[in-house]
Every structure is written in C-alpha cells, then in structure tokens.
Design a protein around this ligand. Structure first.
Ligand code: GDP
Ligand code: MG
Length: 295
C-alpha cells in the first residue's frame, strides 16, 4: 500500500489543509482517480466531503481527512454482504476464477497454506485449469509447498470431471476445504463462461450446494481494466468475493473501492507478494486509513 499512500496522502494534505476552492476539490478528485478509485466512486466521495466542508460541520484539514477515510471505508465495507468466507460446510468448496495471469494459482497456494498454518484446516486442491499443461504442474508445486492434497486429471481431461473428482476425493479423505483452480482463458469468452458454469454444475452434483464460495482474482495493477473483468465475470458466474492481487506492486490500490462501490462485490482477500504468507484478509477500515496515512 505504501505506493498508493505516497501518491494520495501528499495530494490530500495539499488539498484539505489549504483553502478549499473549486481548484482544490478538482485536485482531490484527480488524485483519487489517479489512485484508481473510479470516476463514479470518486464523485460520490468528493461531493459528500464537499457538503461536509460547506456546512461548516467539519473544520480543518485533519477533520476532513478523517471524514474522507470514513467515507472510503464505508464504500469498501460494502455493508450488504459479508467480507468473510464461511468454513462451515464440510468440506467447504471454494472455486477460484479470473483472467490468466491475475494470480489464481498463486492465491490458491497461499490460501491453502493459510488455512493449514493459521486455522489448522486440511485442504485439497483440484487442477481444473486443464487448458495448459504447465498450469497443472504449477498448482501441484503450490500444493506441495502448502501441504495440501492434490487432484489432477489425465492429460486433456475435462475440467468438470477434474472438479467432480476433486470434491469426491476431498469428501473421501474428509478434508475441511477443497479449492478448485479454473482456466482463465479459452478460445472465446463464451467458451470460458460456459466452462465455468459447467464446473459449477458438476460440483453441485457431487456435493449439493457447492461451490460454497466463488472467488474472483483481480490484478490491482491493471486498474480500471480489472474492474471491467470483474463486471464481466460476475455477470456470468455468481461471484462471492474478490481477491485483489499484486497490491504490493501498484500505486493504484484505490481499485478496491471502485470494485466494492460499483459492483457491490466485497473484496475479501488481498495479495501482497509472491510468497506463501503474502495473503491477507481485507479490512475496510485499515485499508482506507492506510490509503491516506501520513508517512
Ligand atoms: N507481486 C505479486 N505477484 C503476484 C501476486 N499474486 C500473483 N503474482 C504473480 O503473478 C503471476 C501470475 O500468477 P498465477 O497464479 O500464475 O496466475 P493465474 O494465471 O491466474 O493462475 C505469477 O508470476 C505470480 O507470482 C501478488 O500478490 N503480488
Ligand atoms: Mg493458473
């Protein structure tokens, strides 16, 4: 977050601690848009802040900055849906979807590790991204590193059948969580969406009600493009939560607000690096504070 913070905090200081004329609000708007907060969400935040400043309800840069943090946290918190992942179903089946390269496989490795390491859960991962052979091997390596069971299909197998087998095997072994990797790109968008829908159907056949959680990985460095991807996916498969990856490499962390504000999908996890331990739960208050905290 430090990159986003540096970019935003300086601008907010420059704006809210000086005379609040038209130009100052425009500068603030620009800074939020540069941080990828998104046009609609930015407009909403700035107009509310402007109203608070205009009514004299809030005096001084510090009070305004505090209110700005509150407004951003409210948007990121997305009150209508919980940002948690329930682990009550036995096993809990989590499906991970997203465009290639956004960090599905890496996130699965980290998530499996966290579930085991911090919660003492047993995990099985299923390699239903059968579109590329390398993807299967990559997931197998993450399974090994995180201590998870691993299910793959024969070469060129159908993703649905691998997902089915992963859930079946998970139930047989009595694991707590089954995580299913999926393909991020097929010949056409329609193929991809049809395949994801089929994986869901097949999993539900093996274990009614599963998958219990569908997570969508979004690469924070792709900014507004990530927002468009999330929109597209969530129109086809019911997405329960976003994993915002690569937040360590961007000054555009505001994308979390754009996603929560404009799509109404909670950001549940954030990726902050390539190592096993580089996954964190998303906390709206911490996030908003961190965006604007002075150095
Ligand atoms: N810096 C950083 N790199 C990440 C993060 N998550 C994934 N990556 C990298 O992004 C690349 C693509 O990840 P991968 O899991 O293969 O994406 P997939 O195609 O969606 O499965 C890899 O080089 C990962 O190491 C993250 O949170 N931070
Ligand atoms: Mg992958």
């Amino acid at each position: 977050m430090s990159k986003t913070r540096q970019a935003l905090a300086a601008e907010v200081q420059a704006t809210l601690f000086e005379e609040l004329d038209e130009a100052a609000w425009e500068r603030l708007e620009e800074a939020l848009i540069m941080a990828d907060v998104g046009a609609a969400t930015t407009a909403e935040v700035v107009s509310q802040l402007e109203a608070a400043a205009g009514s004299g309800e809030l005096q001084g840069g510090e009070a305004l900055t505090r209110r700005l943090v509150e407004l951003m946290a409210d948007i990121a918190r997305n009150p209508s849906r919980p940002a948690t992942i329930s682990l009550l179903p036995e096993p809990t089946v989590i499906m991970v979807a997203g465009v290639n390269g956004t960090g599905k496989t890496t996130t699965i490795g980290k998530l499996a590790w966290h579930l085991r390491e911090t919660l003492g859960k047993t995990v099985l991962v299923g390699a239903a991204d059968t579109f590329r052979a390398a993807a299967v091997e990559q997931l197998e390596e993450w399974a090994r590193r995180s201590g998870a069971e691993f299910v793959r299909g024969p070469q060129d197998s159908d993703p649905g059948s691998v997902a089915f087998e992963a859930v079946r095997r998970g139930r047989e072994l009595g694991v707590d969580v089954v995580i299913i990797d999926t393909a991020g790109r097929l010949h056409t968008q329609d193929d991809l969406m049809a395949e994801l829908a089929k994986v869901r159907r097949v999993v539900d056949k093996q274990l009614p009600g599963a998958p219990h959680e569908t997570l969508l990985t979004v690469d924070a460095t792709t900014g507004q493009n990530g927002l468009r991807q999330a929109k597209l996916f969530s129109e086809t498969v019911p997405v329960d939560g976003i994993v915002l990856t690569k937040l360590d490499g961007t000054a555009k962390g505001g994308i979390a607000l754009a996603i929560a504000g404009e799509l109404g999908i909670p950001v549940k996890l954030i990726g902050i690096g390539e190592a096993l331990e580089d996954l964190r739960p998303f906390d709206a208050d911490d996030f908003a504070r961190a965006l604007l905290a002075p150095e």
